[in-house]
Design a protein around this ligand. Structure first.
Ligand code: NAD
Length: 335
């Protein structure tokens, strides 16, 4: 019967990387019963809505989703479906490992940090409007609540304990955003006091960005608010070789959703050249979440083996393999 997982194949390069990933998961021996669900532009075109009720019901029922990137119109049109899904299912923790990948040449080869981003509030609650006359000004609300800060701070410190991590860095902008970022910082410090075995420190977000570029090895676990986490996680992706390599989990109490950090890559969509590594590594996290540890390890080792060997890699990493060739090489490495 297998684990039921909702599969959202998404927009742009989404279907290409989703197909590649399901092939590798099968080769790794995990028994997954994929339940296809629709969202994003593809859903809007077919069903008249970017987030059909049926998709929400499927995810609610099966509790785990593997979601390829979804297109969000810029400046107008429907709001981000990624944000809507995270909000609807209260997936409050966005967990983004930033770990050097063997064989991928970057200025640093020993980065190993985990960015934990609050996923439900902050600057992304979508309460903003124009101030008339249109085009002259606009304003937006940043919402920070004690409940959400406690929840994400506890998640970060618990994560550190469970994964043998030593330090949590609390990233904020409390010097300027005294009320909102100040509240986040104070609550994180309160929670830190409950975890004397984990070191903690706080760092202003702009300094964090600079420190991540200069000396990323100093970071272990980082916890921050929604907007800062979004930006720093892409910086992290850049540190380990790009968006094509970075995975993310969205964790809630009822439902968890696994996705790549990158978007739909419209510039290369349909060409069969997308790098599916990030989505595959998200699937590795999903397999671990489902308790399919043997398949997860096989899959991750095979991905790293192929990347380290370096003769069958995609264009974004300097190679000339297409998505299918890369996928086949991983299946062969699984054996
Ligand atoms: N989680 C998500 O669903 C998600 C995340 C970010 C952006 N988006 C959406 O994606 C669309 C495009 O956004 P964008 O252009 O800012 O970011 P993007 O991540 O799609 O692309 C940025 C650059 O990285 C490259 N790239 C990204 N993923 C790649 C991969 N797997 N292999 C090779 N190259 C890859 C692209 O070709 C492009 O040059 C927008 O509609 C945006 O809203 C969705």
């Amino acid at each position: 019967m297998g684990h039921k997982v909702a599969l959202i194949r998404g927009d742009g390069i989404g279907p290409e990387i989703a197909d590649a990933t399901t092939i590798v998961i099968k080769a790794a021996g995990a028994d997954i019963n994929w339940i296809e669900a629709h969202a994003g532009k593809a859903a809007a075109d077919t069903f008249g809505t970017p987030l059909p009720e049926e998709t929400l019901a499927t995810i609610e029922e099966v509790k785990v989703a593997l979601k390829a990137p979804l297109a969000t119109p810029i400046g107008a049109g429907y709001r981000s479906i990624n944000v809507a899904l995270r909000k609807h299912f209260e997936m409050y923790a966005n967990v983004r490992p930033v770990k050097s990948v063997p064989g991928v040449l970057t200025p640093f080869n020993d980065v190993d940090m985990v960015l934990i981003r609050e996923n439900t509030e902050g600057a992304y609650i979508g309460i903003e409007h124009d101030i008339p006359p249109k085009g002259s000004a606009a304003e937006s609300i940043i919402l920070i609540t004690r409940h959400a800060c406690l929840r994400i701070a506890r998640y970060a410190f618990e994560y550190a304990v469970k994964h043998g991590r030593e330090e949590v860095t609390i990233v904020h902008k409390a010097n300027i955003l005294k009320a909102t970022s100040g509240l986040f910082l104070n609550i994180c410090k309160e929670v830190a006091a409950d975890y004397p075995q984990i070191k903690s420190r706080d760092l202003i977000v702009d300094n964090t960005a600079m420190q991540m570029v200069k000396n990323p090895q100093q970071f272990d676990v980082v916890v921050t608010t929604n907007l800062f986490g979004d930006i720093l996680s892409d910086l992290g992706a850049g540190l380990i070789g790009g968006l094509g390599l970075t995975a993310a989990s969205n964790i809630g109490d009822r439902v968890s959703m696994f996705e790549a950090v990158h978007g739909t890559a419209p510039d290369i969509a349909g060409k069969g050249i997308a790098n599916p590594t990030a989505f595959m590594l998200s699937a590795v996290q999903m397999l671990k979440h489902l308790g399919e540890n043997a398949a997860a390890d096989k899959m991750q080792n095979a991905i790293y083996t192929v990347l380290a060997k370096g003769d069958v890699i995609t264009g974004d990493l300097g190679g000339n393999a297409n998505t299918s060739q890369f996928t086949e090489a991983i299946c062969n490495a699984i054996g």
